[in-house]
Design a protein around this ligand. Structure first.
Ligand code: 3VV
Ligand code: NKN
Length: 401
């Protein structure tokens, strides 16, 4: 009889191993359930600390939520911390993909910062109560006039109590490849309080989380904190342009990251077909090439510099020629030089010269162009451009030792 209890215990790991759909539901249920339990723990702690609704309770919530990412196999890679080092109140705006955003939010949540949320959240059991205790401002999205007056009140409270507010200006969850048009409330809030706006961009979750396909793998979310946008001196006439400017900045950052993610995904998929696991891909757009050529395997990386496998991008992605697959940081500097790759049809052409050096030796050209001496060419990038003079320019990845 006792043995029967072992069956579900064995069944769960077996299903986790064999079914992606099971993993999806298991992780989602765990997330919701565990958050409810954590909220239950947090309620008495918050009551003891502040005796009721208080933004300071967010500290307790932040500490309690921060380990949840480990259970779900998520990593958060944050850049732009310096932009949060701003005194006094401000409005943070970010894109909103899923309830998992709460995990990223808690990674960077500054002190005395709470959120604007839909009023339905207050009914989410213990989570609803903890949101109320954390000072979250609830709005009725269906009644704009009500929402507007609640947010006008929030603008005053921000100043009176030195509070920061986090708003999701898309107004709802969105997993598309582009951001939804922004609602105006966050910008009215910032202008009414005359406080800066700090945009935060969450990278797309599509590499690890797909709601429709029922996939929830491990993955890394990149959070990019952008420089603050000042609103001092702005009036309600400036709302539309402020909203457009913020949208454009965030959309550009989101798309830039999405493009890198796409290449990363392609590189990983390509690597699955290659025993060497590192490939240089042909350019995505034929118009950017002199002549098309097949993928070229890259030489082995220096052991100390890139213990994790780097990925070579098609080199019209000049700013990130060779990128660490985990951190997303460039490992190599792209420079212009004569292409040393024998497969590159352009390297043997008599019209090929470098832009800033007449040397035909690629290493000399590299030194001249990059000013770096200790390194080697790691990859010949597949994009070559015709200069006005008819000469060709090549982009190489220069990997410093
Ligand atoms: C240890 C414990 C463990 C516990 C675990 C749990 C931890 C949990 C902790 C923490 C989790 C917290 C997680 C929170 C996540 C929640 C996320 C959500 O709920 S996202 C949904 C709600 N958020 C929004 O909707 C955004 C804010 N929305 C807005 O700002 C909208 O603008 C809104 C609702 C105010 C109005 O929306 P409209 O749909 O009517 O559209 P519009 O175009 O923006 O506005 C219409 C007109 O009203 C003007 N307007 C808008 N706001 C105004 C204002 N404040 N003053 C004056 N005019 C305003 C606009 O300028 C526009 O007018 P013209 O078209 O320009 O002429
Ligand atoms: C019945 C109890 C459910 C409890 C769920 C607890 C899970 C913890 C989640 C923390 C709060 C997440 C808040 C959130 O992300 O809400 C979604 C809204 O922003 C947007 O709503 P919608 O897309 O417009 O429906």
């Amino acid at each position: 009889m006792d043995v029967l209890w072992l069956i579900p215990l064995l069944l769960v790991p077996l299903l986790m191993w064999s079914s992606g759909t099971f993993v999806f539901y298991f992780k989602k249920c765990f997330y919701v359930g565990w958050m409810m339990v954590l909220a239950l723990l947090a309620i008495p702690l918050c009551m003891l600390k502040s005796g009721g609704r208080d933004v300071e309770n967010m500290r307790i919530i932040r500490v309690l939520v921060r380990h949840v990412k480990y259970f779900l196999g998520l990593r958060f890679d944050v850049s732009g911390w310096e932009h949060l080092q701003t005194e006094g109140p401000y409005v943070i705006i970010s894109n909103h993909q899923s309830s998992l955003d709460v995990l990223g939010l808690m990674e960077i949540l500054p002190d005395r910062c709470t959120m604007i949320a839909k009023k339905e959240l207050v009914y989410a059991g213990t989570v609803g109560l903890i949101c109320w205790l954390g000072g979250i401002v609830f709005i009725n999205r269906k009644k704009t006039s009500d929402a507007k007056s609640v947010m006008a009140e929030a603008a005053q409270t921000m100043l009176d109590q030195q509070i920061r507010l986090w708003v999701f200006p898309e107004g709802t969850r969105n997993q598309k490849e582009d951001l939804l048009p922004f609602k105006k409330g966050a910008f009215h809030l910032a202008v009414q309080a005359q406080v800066p706006i700090i945009p935060v961009v969450f990278s797309s979750y599509r590499n690890f989380y797909l709601r429709k396909e029922k996939r929830f793998n491990s993955g890394t979310v990149r959070l990019r904190i952008l420089p603050k946008i000042e609103t001092k001196g702005m009036t309600s006439d400036d709302i539309s342009s402020l909203c457009d400017k913020s949208f454009d900045l965030m959309q550009a950052a989101f798309r830039e990251r999405l493009r890198l993610q796409t290449h990363e995904q392609r590189a990983v998929e390509g690597a699955e077909h290659s025993p060497r696991s590192r490939l240089l891909f042909p350019p995505t757009s034929p118009s950017e090439t002199c002549l098309p050529r097949p993928p070229v395997p890259l030489p082995a990386p220096p052991p100390l510099l890139s213990p994790r496998f780097p990925i070579a991008w098609p080199c019209h992605e000049i700013s990130s020629c060779l990128v660490d697959a985990w951190s997303g940081r460039p490992l190599a500097r792209p420079v212009s030089a004569v292409c040393p790759d024998p497969h590159c049809a352009c390297s043997s052409s008599s019209t090929c010269t470098t832009t800033s050096s007449t040397s035909t030796s690629s290493s000399a050209a590299l030194q001249a162009v990059s000013g770096m001496t200790d390194g080697r060419i790691d990859a010949c990038c597949s994009s070559c451009m015709t200069e006005g003079s008819g000469h060709h320019q090549f982009l190489l990845c220069f990997l410093p030792f």
